[in-house]
Structure formats: structure tokens, C-alpha cells
Design a protein around this ligand. Structure first.
Ligand SMILES: Nc1nc2c(ncn2[C@@H]2O[C@H](COP(=O)(O)OP(=O)(O)OP(=O)(O)O)[C@@H](O)[C@H]2O)c(=O)[nH]1
Ligand SMILES: [Mg+2]
Length: 316
């Protein structure tokens, strides 16, 4: 494992791929690797790209990579697909679309599916970002489908969050999922070759104006990802947002908050794993479930009983 870390730090792509598989599979050996890597992280800038299925996120990332490479930056891409149990490589569609970057040594694209729960995927995403970071990528782009928790999650890791929408057609933007307006640093109305784009852009702008004065007003940018239209402006907006975060000290503040959160998450994770391990080893958990079903026990006292059984130091 030490060897693998050394290879990663030297820029070995095979080591990069293997380490990402390790975190995707939640392999126990990652515990030997991640603490070692951590001090080599903190340099990559993380861009989150979120939006509904099929809104054009992958197409946008594909085009953004051209801008990134033109600026002589390197990038790791993680396409998070909560609906896919696939592992160890790219989702076919993404592979085809981003193919031309596959031979580029400055780009590394990887899809990650759920192996079990969304919480696990979220953790694996964070760890994969760290691996790309330690590898030395200037940027990490994370594509997440806006379902369930995941679009909210991306804010935890991304320095700049890009929300991808499409022209609302007959519908009004008012039907946009609650929460999405809060997380976007940049809004993209992709598929601007479809009717209704202007109205969607105008409505989004009106909604953003209502939010009141802030040092950053999220721009709303129409794009046609398949033709690369508007992508330069999107890239410029990302760079401007980054510049603002850096010059205002907000990036430091955000990253401090993230460090705090990571420590808390890690603590909870450890405590939870410890408790479950003990409980599985000793306690007739299923019996208790049956008792609760039969109403001969309640879950509140049940939880206490379990903790007593494993000698957890309960407060008196
Ligand atoms: N007409 C039009 N089609 C587009 C545009 N951008 C993407 N598409 C098409 O929309 C489909 C979905 O594009 P993707 O880039 O895969 O979208 P995605 O958001 O990554 O999709 P998922 O990862 O499956 O959620 C593809 O067939 C694209 O060719 C656009 O600007 N205009
Ligand atoms: Mg995609």
C-alpha cells in the first residue's frame, strides 16, 4: 500500500486508478492510504456540476475540459451515478462522449456507482477527490445527478457549484426543486437550442435578484453543450468565482468549515462502525426487532438496552 501511495505521488495513473477503486469498493486497506495522502491534498480546486438526469452535465464537462486544457490545467473528473451499481471504470455513455480526453495525460475520467447506500457513495466521492488532489490534478470536476441527497451533498465538497437546468418549455421555473437555487454559484440553462430558453433565463434571473445583495451574484448562462456554445463564458464564470473566493478569504473559510465537517463525519463514522460491530457480535438484534413489532418493547428503550449490552458508557 505504501508503494501504491508513492506511485500515486509520482504521477502514476495506474496507481491513481487502483486507489480510486479501493475507495469505491470501500476496501478496508484504504485506511492505510488515506491518512498518508491527506497532507498532499488541499491544492486542487473542486468544481461540482449538478442537474437533472440528461440535462447535459457530461456534455458540458466534456467541453469544459477543452477550456481547462487550453489554460494548461489538469483535471480529474468523477461522474457520480447513484443509479448505477457499475464499478471499476466509466459508464459507457460517458466513456464514449469523453473519449477524446481518454488519451490525454492531463485528464482522468472516472465514473462511480453506488455499492450499497448513498452515504457510501458520498464518502467515496470525497475520498476520490482527495486522491486526485494528491495525484496533483489542478482541478477536480464532480458530476452528480440531482436526485435525493446528492445535489445537496455536492456543496460539501465543491468550491464552485454549477447547477445545470434546461429550458422549462411550457412549465415555469417556479417548479424547480426547492434548495437548488441556494446551492448554485453559477446557473446554466443548457439545450439553449430548445424553445423557452430566454424565458427560463429571465425567470432564473428574477429569482436570483430576489435573494438580495451578496458579493457574488450567480450568473445565469445559456449553453448548447453539444456544439460547445456558451462554454467559454461558463469557464470564465468559474474562474471569476474562484478569484472572488480566493481574494475575499471565503475559500479559506469554506475549507475550514469542511475540515471541521470531515472531522465530525469521521468521528461519527468510527463510533457508528464500532457500535455496530459490537452489536452484531453479541446482541440478538433481530429478536429485539420482533419484540418492537409485537409492541412488547419500544425502540427508545430498545436502543438503550443495546448500548447497555455492549457496555457503552451511557451518561448517568
Ligand atoms: N439539443 C441539445 N442536446 C443536448 C445538449 N447538451 C446535451 N444534449 C444531449 O442530451 C443528452 C444527455 O446529455 P448528457 O451530457 O449525457 O447529460 P447528463 O446530464 O450528463 O446525463 P446523465 O449523466 O445521464 O444524468 C445527450 O443525448 C446529449 O447529446 C444541448 O445543448 N442541446
Ligand atoms: Mg452524465
Amino acid at each position: 500500500m505504501r508503494q501504491l501511495v508513492q506511485e500515486l505521488l509520482q504521477g502514476n495513473r495506474r496507481a491513481l486508478a487502483r486507489l480510486i477503486s479501493l475507495v469505491e469498493n470501500d476496501d478496508k486497506r484504504k485506511a492505510e492510504v488515506l491518512p498518508e495522502l491527506y497532507r498532499h491534498t488541499g491544492k486542487a480546486y473542486v468544481i461540482g456540476i449538478t442537474g437533472s438526469p440528461g440535462s447535459g452535465k457530461s456534455s458540458l464537462v466534456d467541453r469544459l475540459l477543452e477550456s481547462v486544457r487550453r489554460d494548461e490545467l489538469t483535471a480529474g473528473v468523477i461522474a457520480v451515478d447513484p443509479s448505477s451499481p457499475f464499478t471499476g471504470g466509466a459508464i459507457l455513455g460517458d466513456r464514449i462522449r469523453m473519449q477524446e480526453h481518454a488519451l490525454d495525460p492531463g485528464v482522468f475520467i472516472r465514473s462511480m456507482g453506488t455499492r450499497g447506500n448513498l452515504g457510501g457513495l458520498s464518502r467515496a466521492t470525497r475520498e476520490a477527490i482527495q486522491i486526485f488532489d494528491a495525484f496533483g490534478m489542478d482541478l477536480v470536476m464532480v458530476e452528480t445527478v440531482g436526485v435525493g441527497q446528492s445535489e445537496v451533498d455536492i456543496v460539501k465538497y465543491a468550491d464552485t457549484t454549477v447547477v445545470v437546468l434546461t429550458p422549462a418549455g411550457g412549465d415555469s421555473v417556479q417548479t424547480i426543486k426547492a434548495g437548488i437555487m441556494e446551492i448554485g454559484d453559477i446557473f446554466v440553462v443548457n439545450k439553449a437550442d430548445y424553445p423557452g430558453t430566454e424565458r427560463t433565463v429571465a425567470e432564473l434571473n428574477a429569482m436570483l435578484d430576489m435573494k438580495g445583495a451578496e458579493d457574488w451574484r450567480a450568473p445565469v448562462l445559456p449553453t448548447v453543450a453539444v456544439r460547445g456554445e456558451g462554454v467559454d463564458r461558463l469557464w470564465e464564470a468559474v474562474l471569476r468565482h474562484r478569484e472572488l473566493l480566493e481574494s475575499s478569504g471565503r475559500l479559506q473559510a469554506v475549507r475550514r468549515e469542511r475540515a471541521r465537517q470531515e472531522l465530525a463525519d469521521q468521528l461519527e463514522h468510527l463510533v457508528k462502525s464500532w457500535i455496530w460491530e459490537k452489536i452484531r457480535a453479541r446482541v440478538p438484534y433481530e429478536e429485539m426487532v420482533e419484540k418492537i413489532m409485537a409492541r412488547s418493547m419500544d425502540p427508545y428503550s430498545g436502543a438503550y438496552r443495546l448500548l447497555e449490552e455492549i457496555d457503552f458508557p451511557l451518561p448517568q
